[in-house]
Unconditional design. Structure first.
Length: 160
């Protein structure tokens, strides 16, 4: 066996060290991403839980006869319209099971429209898929791209 020069052995050690640092950094990045997604899902669960509480409160008022059902629906939708989370970027949308928008917090022109064929830049029918997810599982998360209401660029969102 031929003896390697000291410089070759040092370069090999450096290459192994760099590969190790790269592997650990990549693993750390994926773990951080998973943690951020988990935190985002927890935030969304809290927001949706709050929204359900608002809807249930108005439902109880309508059942007790204190306000009409139409007023309860309207007031609940208006309370949800002003809710924001994650700064000013997160907002709520109410859909019926057929992907018709009942309330959209930042695009009221979409209200009353059938959005079942609306597709995001990746070709996903986001409103229909969201309505289907809610119908089939009651709740859940899905990734989607939707135009950001303030800037012109799209960004990835999670919904429940």
């Amino acid at each position: 066996m031929q003896r390697w020069k000291l410089s070759a052995r040092l370069w090999i050690a450096l290459a192994i060290l760099c590969a190790g640092v790269l592997a650990i950094g990549t693993w750390g990045a994926f773990k951080t991403r998973d943690t951020l997604i988990t935190l985002r899902q927890a935030e969304l669960r809290t927001v949706v839980g709050t929204a359900y509480s608002i809807v249930e409160r108005y439902g109880a008022l309508a059942e007790s006869g204190k306000i009409s059902l139409a007023d309860a629906k309207h007031n609940a939708a208006e309370d949800l319209r002003v809710m924001r989370y994650q700064g000013a970027g997160g907002y709520l949308v109410i859909l019926d099971p057929h992907a018709t928008v009942i309330m959209h917090a930042v695009r009221p022109e979409m209200e009353g429209k059938d959005m079942s064929n609306f597709k995001d830049p990746d070709g996903h029918r986001v409103f229909q898929e969201g309505a289907d997810l809610a119908e089939q599982q009651g709740e859940g998360f899905m990734g989607l791209k939707f135009p950001n209401p303030s800037p012109t660029k799209s960004r990835r969102r999670r919904t429940t």
